[in-house]
Design a protein around this ligand. Structure first.
Ligand code: SAM
Length: 210
């Protein structure tokens, strides 16, 4: 697995370049590949991430390391990554405040800026991973996940949120097909009765449901 935090770069070349060793296999199935003069099969239930050509090139450059135990990993250099430290308060340019007149604004009260979710999704997942947001609201997490090549699952009890999310996803160019499922007893009056009881203020009941 690739760790994107600086603290995982613990190895150093003689010339001072800092790197981390990253596994060269991932879940799935695939053929054995040649590493120098050895043919090595991926571990059970895994496949090699790289083509034979890419392995050959990295092998020639000395970028692939095989441990005594047979683990095949590649060197990932810190200076090839465009990292910068972020503090615990995120108010930088990438995570801009989402104003009502922003081009992103969808009129959803609690909508978050895509920049914020982009940082979180990139920090916590790799391409092809599954991202889930069970309180997806206007679908910011899902839209960002889709744009970053992640798979996603979203969930919300509000039909308005589902509507906004659906519309938002469909507006993304080349958005992959998705499906909307209604799960559980969501018949409106039933749900409202169970959740809010017999509230006198119908408008407030309505507001909290949506
Ligand atoms: C703060 S908003 C999420 C906003 C979202 N991050 C965005 O960028 O639009 C929280 C959402 O959680 C939903 N929610 C609240 N309770 C829930 C529950 N028990 N199950 C599913 N969704 C729920 C609300 O309907 C609301 O859309």
């Amino acid at each position: 697995m690739q760790n994107t935090s600086k603290q995982f770069y613990r190895d150093k070349e003689k010339d001072g370049r800092i790197y981390q060793l990253v596994s060269l296999n991932a879940k799935g199935s695939g053929p054995a590949r040649r590493f120098g003069d050895k043919i090595i099969a991926p571990p059970p239930g895994r496949h090699w991430l790289w083509s034979q050509e890419r392995i050959d090139e990295a092998w020639r450059k000395g970028l692939i390391v095989i441990s005594d135990g047979g683990a095949v990993r590649y060197k990932q250099y810190l200076d090839e990554h465009n990292y910068h430290h972020v503090q615990s308060i995120w108010d930088d340019e990438e995570v801009r405040y989402l104003g009502a007149h922003s081009h992103e604004a969808l009129g959803f009260e609690t909508q978050k800026p895509e920049g914020l979710l982009t940082r979180i999704v990139k920090m916590c997942s790799a391409e092809g991973d599954l991202v889930a947001d069970f309180f997806c609201g206007s679908g910011t997490t899902l839209a960002v996940a889709e744009k970053l090549g992640r798979r996603w699952i979203g969930c919300d009890l509000s039909r308005w949120a589902i509507h906004v999310t659906r519309k938002r996803l469909l507006s993304i160019q080349n958005c992959k097909p998705f499906e909307i499922l209604n799960l559980g007893k969501y018949e409106r009056q039933y749900w409202q009765g169970v959740t809010f009881g017999d509230m006198e203020d119908k408008a407030e009941t309505e507001r909290r449901f949506y």
